[in-house]
Design a protein around this ligand. Structure first.
Ligand code: GLY
Length: 292
């Protein structure tokens, strides 16, 4: 298949991209392909940071965040702190298509999902429950706070379409009601038909504080390549939010410009991502940007 580009975050991005590409080959729309690709990761119980299998908040509830954006018409939908539904990207898509709203949270998001006929299911997997019970013994803050919120984020580009979406269970043991970057347009994702799209993963509190993805798209609009824009936005995050010990927040971003130009950048080493150019799928690994 020609003139298509798919990219997704992390090693599980391979699964998302494979599923999405299969859908495109069958003639599905980019939105259907994106939803199917992200659903595959949401339903993979072994992924402990997305959908079913995701690690819960400190109270033991899995609260899921997801968002979707269609560059055509600048449409978006999102859900945050959603309990009881394993495929939040599908609920987010329904928000985009059915409601005038951009974001539903908590019980309101669950009520909408029920109304729309989504099946209510257990979202806490046995393995996630076991880990939470162990954590509850000590209630220690996660030592690996920078490694516990891997989002599946995906962009699909064709010459006349750009769609972007992301889904996560967020930071493990988070405070109930905590919402990360993923369901926030401009933070975890952004798309503009005339410019391109970006999607982020990493520490969602820090990514939100700098509105990372809107910055990437803004920089592309000002003439940068996707790579330059990703690098510049990650440098901005590092400049603004590196802590007193010199450790930058963990964040990575993927971007595709409206002409199909691709970029990826990360604040920490060996960020893996999947890329499909219509001919073949490759796994890339991005080294960390050097602090300025
Ligand atoms: N990037 C996902 C989160 O921190 O919630």
């Amino acid at each position: 298949m020609n003139r298509v580009l798919l990219t997704a975050t992390w090693n599980f991005g391979r699964l998302a991209v494979e599923r999405a590409f299969n859908m495109l080959e069958l003639g599905a729309s980019a939105l259907d392909a994106l939803e199917t690709g992200i659903n595959a990761v949401e339903m993979d119980e072994s992924v402990q940071s997305v959908g079913y299998g995701g690690l819960p908040n400190r109270a033991g509830y899995v609260e899921l965040d997801a968002a979707i954006m269609d560059a055509r018409g600048h449409r978006s939908g999102a859900v945050a702190a959603l309990r009881g539904f394993r495929r939040p990207i599908s609920v987010a898509r329904r928000v985009m298509e059915v409601l005038p709203h951009a974001l539903l949270v908590g019980e309101g998001a669950a009520e909408f999902a029920r109304e729309q006929g989504f099946e209510e299911e257990e979202t806490l997997s046995p393995e996630a429950s076991e880990q939470w019970l162990q954590w509850r013994e000590t209630q220690a803050p996660p030592a690996d706070v920078e490694d516990s919120h891997d989002t599946v984020g995906m962009i699909i580009w064709t010459p006349d379409t750009i769609v972007v979406g992301c889904s996560t269970s967020g930071l493990k043991w988070k405070y109930p009601g905590r919402v990360g970057d993923s369901p926030i347009v401009g933070a975890g994702l952004y798309a503009d038909e005339e410019v391109g799209a970006a999607v982020a993963t990493g520490n969602g509190d820090e990514i939100s504080r700098v509105a990372l993805c809107s910055r990437v798209v803004f920089l592309m609009e000002r003439g940068m390549s996707a790579q330059e824009a990703c690098d510049e936005a990650i440098r901005y995050l590092m400049r603004k939010r590196t802590d007193a010990s010199g450790t930058p927040p963990h964040a990575a971003v993927l971007a595709v410009r409206a002409d199909g130009n691709f970029g990826v950048s990360a604040s920490y080493a060996k960020f893996p991502y999947a890329l499909h150019d219509g001919q073949s799928l490759t796994m890339g690994e991005r080294e960390a940007l050097e602090p300025e």
